[in-house]
Write a protein that binds this ligand. Structure first.
Ligand code: PEP
Ligand code: MN
Length: 260
């Protein structure tokens, strides 16, 4: 099954890299991140508009105040955008700026949201809940496809285990299992899985070797100043170096990067 975001087909032989900041913070932050990840070979942008933060005291995202800057950056850079919606009411209003809707880990069980997205004309990136069984994740995807939208991409983003040294535990079992038991494309979000920037590149390579259809990686021009998830963001320079190694891993499996 191929899923198309903008002009990029996910789920074919090529490997797709989605990259960008955790949150869209300002025009200059989003613009410089978008330019640099494109130059390094990313095919799709990410960036949060509304954030599902554990604490309501932390940055909640720019919301609709970011729409103008997003359109400017997208026109300038020429890459499609995937962004999370946290509420049914956001689906319509964000349609003018996003090319695919992201359902976050905390909303994998939000069946009314999934059913509504099943009636939309844009693809959906469905993250696995940090406590979701693979079976529940696939059944959550069924809520979208059964409502008419077959353009669904699954995203493994780490699960909670007894381990506390890393933010979550990347479940590569799930990636290889789902590749075998579902016809939907599967990508990996190593940033939220491990939560430590230094460890992200190796998990990108492992995801490629495991046969994932792509990765979604957080990148920030100045991670120390990021308003969310700075500890797991790659700098543009590290991202560039990671992409060079990633291509070598892909080549070893007779694959390459999906380029715009
Ligand atoms: C995100 O991608 O920024 C995010 C909040 O991810 P998750 O829903 O996997 O926690
Ligand atoms: Mn994040």
């Amino acid at each position: 099954m191929l899923v198309k975001i903008g002009n990029i087909q996910i789920g074919g032989p090529q490997f797709t890299v989605i990259a960008g900041p955790c949150s869209i913070e300002s025009e200059s932050q989003f613009q410089s991140t978008a330019e640099s990840v494109k130059k390094s070979g990313a095919a799709i942008l990410r960036g949060g508009i509304w954030k599902m933060r554990t604490s309501q005291k932390t940055f909640q995202g720019l919301g609709r105040d970011s729409f103008d800057l997003i359109n400017k950056v997208k026109t300038h850079v020429g890459l499609p955008l995937v962004s999370e919606i946290t509420d049914i009411r956001q689906i319509e209003e964000v349609a003018s700026v996003v090319d695919a809707y992201q359902v976050g880990a905390r909303n994998m069980h939000n069946y009314s949201l999934l059913k509504e997205l099943g009636q939309q004309p844009k693809p959906v990136l469905l993250k696995r809940s940090f406590s979701g069984f693979i079976d529940e994740w696939l059944k959550a995807a069924d809520y979208i496809t059964a409502s008419g939208n077959t353009q669904v991409i699954l995203c493994e983003r780490g699960i909670r285990t007894f381990e506390t040294a890393t933010r979550n535990t990347l479940d590569l079992n799930a990636v290889v299992y789902v590749k075998k038991h579902s016809n939907l494309p599967v990508i990996v979000d190593p940033s939220h899985a491990v939560g430590i920037a230094d460890l992200v590149p190796q998990l990108c390579y492992a995801s490629a070797a495991a046969g994932a259809d792509g990765i979604m990686v957080e990148v920030h021009p100045n991670p120390a100043a990021a308003l969310s998830d700075g500890q797991q963001a790659l700098t543009p320079k590290i991202f560039e170096e990671m992409m060079l190694q990633l291509e070598k891993v892909l080549n070893a499996f007779d694959r390459g990067l999906n380029r715009i």
